[in-house]
Structure formats: C-alpha cells, structure tokens
Design a protein around this ligand. Structure first.
Ligand code: ATP
Ligand code: MG
Length: 724
C-alpha cells in the first residue's frame, strides 16, 4: 500500500512529527507553521501505516467547529468515512460523551442537563437572594468567578479551607456549597463541572479508567498551551499507563490564562512523559513576510517566552494598512467600504475576518454591514443559541424532557405572560426549598393543597396543563415538528409576532430558524434520544455554532475565538489603548503580556492583507472615550505600515451612511464635500471638526465641534462651511 501521499506536502520537521513513534511527542511551534496539519496527518499515519483502529484514537480540539473540520480532513486523507468510534471533540464535548456513558457512576441522573453560563448566573442570583446577600456588596458574578475558578483548579467547596472566619471566603464558600447542592438536586451541570466530573469519574472508578486505558492507544491535543489544570490532569490520568500522547501548541498563543489555562503544562509535559520527542516547526505557510515580521517584532516585547522565530518563503506582499478613524462610526464605514472593495476584487466574503477585543464592539460593525448589504456571521459569539427567544423555546423543550429542570421553569413559567406573578413564583421557590423538591413538584403540591389564591392557582394550573399537553403532542414526532409545536402552543411565536418593529420580526425568524436547525440535526450518538441530543448540542454549541452556515459571509469574531483560524484578509478594529490592551490588564505585567499574545494571535490570522483601525473618539457601552493608538501597533516597525489618513477618506466615494444618517442625508452632505471628521472653517465660529449629520435636503444639519465655540448644530445649506 502506498502511503507516501500522507507525507507529501509536509516539510522535514513536519514529517518527523507525523511519523515519530515516541510515547510523548510535543510539537512546539509558532502560528501558521502547520501544527494542526501535523495532527491531522499524524492521525492518518497512525491508522494507515501503523494500523491503529479509529476506535483507539482520541483527538482534542479547541472548538466544536475545529473538531468537525479535523474529522473532514482525516476522512479525505484516508479516503473513507470515519465512524463515530473515533473520539474527536473539545474537552467539554468529550467529557460530556464520557459522562453520558457513565452517568450513574458519575453520580448524575441519566438525563442530566448542561447549565450554560447565563443559566449559571441566574441560579447564583437565586442563591444570593436565598442567603440574603446584598447584590451590591456581593455581586453574583463574583461568586460565578469564584466557583468556576476553583473548579478549573479541581477544587470543590469541601476542599477549600475558610481559614477561620474570613468574611469573603466564608460567604463565597457558603454560596459554593449551596450551589453544589442545588445542581445536584436538579441534575444540572455547568461547563467547569463537566470537566471536573469527568476527572473524578476516572479517578474514583478504576475499572472505568482501565476500560478507557485499554481502549485508547493514542491521544492528540491541539492548542495545548490553553489547557487548564483539570484538563491536563484528565489527560494524565488516561495516559498514566504509558499510552502515547501528542500535544501541539505555541506558548506565544496562550490567551486563556484568565480562565485557568496554564502555559506551564507545556514544560510539564516533557517532565511527565519520559523521553518526550520535541519537534519545532519554524517555517510559516500562512502569511506574507510583512505580516510575519510585524508579528515577530510585536511578540519580541514579551519576556516570558520559550523563544522561536518564524520565517516564510513568501514575498513581502502588501503593507499593513492602519486607519485612524475619527470615531467608531467612521471606523465602521471604513471597514464596510474596504470589505466592499475586496469583494469587488473577487475576495469571497468568507475570506474576510473581522476581529475585535470586546464583544460589544460588534454591534456597530453589524449595523454598518447590514446597511451595506454585506452578509456576516458572528463566529463563536452569542448569536443564535444565546438569543432570548431561542433559549425560551429550548426551555420549553427542556421541561417537556425533564419536569424538574428548575432553571428552565424559572425562565418560561411566565413567558409569554400568563398571569403567574413574582409572588406566586416566590411561593413556589419557598415551598420547593422547604420540601427539598423541584419547582414542578412544588407546583403540583401547592395546587393540590389549594395554597394559592384562586386566580393565581388557575394561572399556575394553566402552565402545568400546557406543559403536559406539549409533552403529549410531541410524543413520537420528528424533532422539528416538536419544536414547531412547542413554539406555537407555548404562545412564544404569537408573543413575538405581536412585538413591534424589526426586533420582533427577527425573533420570529429566529424561532423559525430553530425548526430548520432541528430538521437538519443529526445526532452523533444514536443511543441518545434525539431531543435530548439536540438540547445538549445547542448548549455545547452556543459558543460556536451559527444559524446560516452556508451563505458566503464576512466572519466577525472576538480575537479569542479567532485562534487556530486563518483568512486571506483580516481586519483588527479598535486597536486603541484601554480597549486593546484592555484597560483591566494594563496595570498587571503578566496580563499585559497575555494581551500582547492576543494581538499576536490576531495578526497571525492574516494570509495576505491586514487592516488595522482605531478611533480617536469612541462610544461604547454608552460611554465616550478618547484613546490613543495601541502600544501593540506602535511596537510594529513603521516601514511595515501604511497609514491611511482621515482626510483621504473624504474623497473616497462611499455609499454607506454615516453617524446614523441615511444615504440621502449622506448624499446632501457629500454634495457639499463634507464627511465625518472633516476639518472645516466657518466665517463666524472659526475652525472645527464635523461630528455628525441629521436630516436631509433643505433641512440637513451638521454638528461641528468648533475649537473656540464648542459644539454647534448648523443648517448645512446656510452654514457655508469651508473645507480645510
Ligand atoms: P495556528 O498556530 O494558528 O493554529 P498551525 O501551526 O496550526 O497555526 P496550520 O493551520 O496547521 O498551522 O497551517 C497553516 C497553514 O499552512 C494552513 O493553511 C496549512 O494548510 C498550511 N501548511 C502547513 N504546512 C504546510 C506545508 N508543508 N506545505 C504547504 N502548506 C502548509
Ligand atoms: Mg492550529
């Protein structure tokens, strides 16, 4: 059998990594050097040449999407389809699969549910209320951070010593304990718990561990620099009897320190596994020399590095463009203009990645992209499964599936409104707490015992009947029909249809889209009931699944979710001090280095073109700020950068609106040769800068910030502004 093709299109170092027969193999290499490619080819090699069965391989990726891609690439190398025997997925996905198979031994009900971070926060809010903690002194988010932080390190409440009376610790522990208790009662499990539970399962059940140790012969991990303590401990446990393990990673791309990831795991790996074969890859196949030089220069400013330099055979390519926008609107306009240009130049929209530091930055970009008619997707963001109406619809399905799901009940007991007031819900909670039972059972008991006033009792009875009716109707129906029934009978659809404006419209569309998603859903594991599998998938995918995967669309995402991806053209917006680096990390040298690594990740996503932009003034979360250019950009050598000046943009034809102005408003202003950020001279008020527009035609007005007179609104046609 000729298998040399597996080694074609690999350089010598990559081949070495692919074919190594060492127990421990560590590929330590910079961005775009082929680490992920090496993993894929190594798996194909193990199967084709060494005869390993797909059943005996486990591969860990950073996102569910990456897992899907990896599967596809392995299949195309093997020329045959992989069955589900091969475990490819994220740590969370694999832990979930494991716990599903051994729910009982893990101390979980068979139909345990995943609690996402919103649900978790809501649960904690309830606990704070129950413990009479004042939110202003004890924000529930703080508890969430405390609990997840400890779980990531493998610590349960019982493991933490409160050192006799420290009020902070005592309180947090009280919350943590109560939270553990409630999760257990409800049979729900949060993200950090998935991992911890999977670790404990193996640790406490030698027979189960042994089964998996027999089964798996090789485990491979991508993005190894971002594994946390529990994840690494889990891998170590599995591999403790000498199973082969391959890890690929880049210390310069470790960006999840704030979530418990440990760069040190890289060094630990070579210590833990004897005779680890270390391979370094230095040739980059992704980016132009210019982009690579910029990335190298930037990351050289970090002190804690294992140290490596990337090179490429590729030419210099274009310079990096840096755009100084007047404000965030101007920046969004620059972005859409340039994207439209790229599309005219035959770039596919999906070839374009738009990266930002904070989620909230996407809103304005989305607005401009929509107006410009440029389809986009938010990758890894809160787009579809995190939307309110989707969560509500799924909550109904969760209750249909499991009546004791208190989180879901709380969410929709009065959504859409059906006369169940907060007072009633409080009575339910109280009863449930006292009798150590679920809200559903509490409701039944309360109605039975006539503990509610007639009207409230009727409303509650209505809800219980609705759920039972849904369950009845949904029985034995295909998944999409079940969703259809649920959104219709629950009244959710009608509720949003009545909502005015685009928002209601969008929510209705989303609900319809959920039916589409259900229709297209293919469960990975045939043994799990489809609805259950769908709900779990939705919870796991909230991070990285999209509504319309197939349309060619511009890819928007945070810098964090861009890890591992690549695009011919990349925009990084908001390269400003306080925003990037984030103001929370500017004081702490270690966190600043992590921010720099994030910048390194961002820059190295680009293959051919890189655009950077910053705004001199920015309105974000309702606040205006004035920031200077990010230090990270100042660390890039000048000669690699081509600065686009604001005034150049004035003459550039633009079909996009500015500052909330319509195209017509824009046109009247443009006819006068005026654009946002334009320096102008007025015969009475002197020199100033254009801030915004309003109205059109004869009533078009312009707001100018005059140097001496401050900001003024002027009727455009009389203002007689001179352009400077
Ligand atoms: P990151 O650190 O960003 O995750 P990586 O090290 O995983 O990057 P890959 O994504 O595997 O890098 O590879 C980067 C790009 O280079 C991909 O498009 C890949 O197909 C290509 N590539 C890798 N090795 C080679 C090679 N030997 N010949 C041609 N192209 C290659
Ligand atoms: Mg990679």
């Amino acid at each position: 059998m000729d298998v040399s093709y597996i080694l074609d299109e690999l350089n010598d170092a990559q081949r070495d990594a692919v074919t190594a027969d060492s127990t421990g193999t560590l590929v330590l290499a910079g961005a775009g050097s082929g680490k992920t490619r090496v993993l894929v080819h190594r798996i194909a090699w193990k199967i084709k040449v060494e005869g390993l069965s797909t059943h005996s391989i486990m591969a860990v990726t950073f996102t569910n999407k990456a897992a899907k891609e990896m599967r596809g690439r392995i299949e195309s190398l093997l020329g045959s389809s992989l069955n589900h025997g091969m475990w490819v997925g994220t740590f969370h996905g694999l832990a979930h699969r494991l716990l599903k198979a051994h729910a009982q031994e893990a101390g979980l009900p068979n139909n345990f549910q995943i609690l996402d971070s919103d649900d978790q926060l809501r649960q904690l809010k309830r606990i704070h209320r129950e413990l009479a903690l004042d939110d202003s002194r004890w924000p529930p988010r703080q508890s969430q951070y405390f609990i997840n932080g400890h779980k990531d390190e493998g610590r349960r409440a019982a493991h933490i010593d409160d050192f006799g009376g420290d009020i902070y610790l005592t309180t947090m522990l009280k919350v943590y304990r109560r939270y553990e208790e409630i999760c257990r009662q409800q049979g729900v499990i949060d993200f950090a718990e998935l991992l911890l539970r999977a670790l404990e399962l193996w640790r406490d059940n030698p027979a189960i561990l042994d089964h998996y140790q027999q089964r798996f012969k090789h485990v491979l991990v991508d993005e190894f620099q971002d594994t946390n303590a529990v994840q690494y401990a889990w891998l170590r446990l599995l591999a403790s009897k000498g199973m082969a393990m391959t890890a690929v990673g880049d210390d310069d791309q470790s960006i999840y320190g704030w979530r418990g990831a440990r760069i040190e795991n890289i060094q630990q790996f070579s210590k833990d596994i004897e005779n680890t074969h270390v391979v370094r890859l230095e040739q980059n196949y992704r980016s132009t020399a210019t982009i690579l030089k910029a990335a190298n220069a930037l990351i050289a400013n970090n002190s804690q590095r294992l140290g490596k330099e990337l090179w490429t055979e590729d030419g210099d390519g274009d310079k990096i463009s840096l755009f100084a926008a007047f404000n965030e609107q101007d920046e969004a306009r620059f972005l859409t203009d340039r994207i439209a240009e790229l599309v005219r130049d035959d770039y596919r929209r999906s070839d374009i990645g738009v990266l930002y530091r904070s989620n909230a930055q996407s809103r304005i970009l989305e607005e401009y992209l929509i107006r410009a008619g440029l389809p986009y997707r938010i990758y890894g963001g809160q787009r579809f499964y995190d939307r309110l109406e989707i969560k509500n619809a799924l909550a109904y399905m969760r209750i249909v599936e499991l009546r004791d799901d208190d989180t879901a009940i709380e969410r929709v007991i009065n959504t859409p409104t059906r006369g169940i007031g907060t007072r009633t819900v409080e009575i339910l909670r109280e009863y449930a707490r006292e009798h150590q039972t679920s809200l559903w059972r509490a409701s039944l008991a309360i109605i039975e015992n006539g503990l509610l006033p007639a009207r409230a009792g009727n409303a509650l009875r209505g809800f219980l009947a609705l759920v039972e009716d849904l369950a009845e109707q949904c029985r034995d129906k295909p998944l999409d029909e079940q969703i259809n029934i649920a959104i219709d009978r629950s009244g959710l659809l009608a509720f949003h249809e009545k909502e005015k404006g685009e928002k209601g419209q969008a929510r209705v569309e989303n609900l319809h889209e959920l039916i589409t998603a259900a229709a297209a859903f293919e469960p990975e594991d045939e043994d799990i009931e489809p609805l259950r599998a769908f709900l779990d998938r939705a919870a796991l995918d909230a991070g990285d699944q999209q509504a319309d995967e197939h349309e060619d669309s511009v890819q928007l995402m945070t810098l964090h979710s861009a890890k591992g991806l690549e695009f011919p053209a990349v925009f990084i917006v908001g390269v400003e001090e306080n925003l990037f680096p984030h103001k929370m990390s500017m004081e702490d040298p270690e966190r600043l280095e992590e921010e720099r690594r994030l910048a390194y990740v961002g820059i190295t996503r680009a293959e051919q073109k890189l655009f950077l932009s910053y705004a001199e003034s920015r309105r974000l979360h309702g606040q205006e700020s004035f920031n200077s250019l990010s230090r990270f950009i100042r660390e890039i050598p000048n000669e690699l950068i081509d600065e686009v000046r604001i005034n150049n943009t004035v003459s550039r034809p633009s079909s996009y609106a500015q500052s909330g102005a319509t195209t017509a408003q824009q046109a009247s202003a443009a006819a006068m040769g005026i654009s946002l950020g334009q320096h102008v001279l007025h015969s009475i008020f002197g020199a100033g800068v254009v801030l915004s527009f309003e109205g059109q035609g004869a009533s078009a007005r312009v707001q100018v910030n005059f140097e001496d007179e401050g900001s003024k609104w002027l009727v455009l046609q009389y203002a007689n502004l001179q352009i400077l």
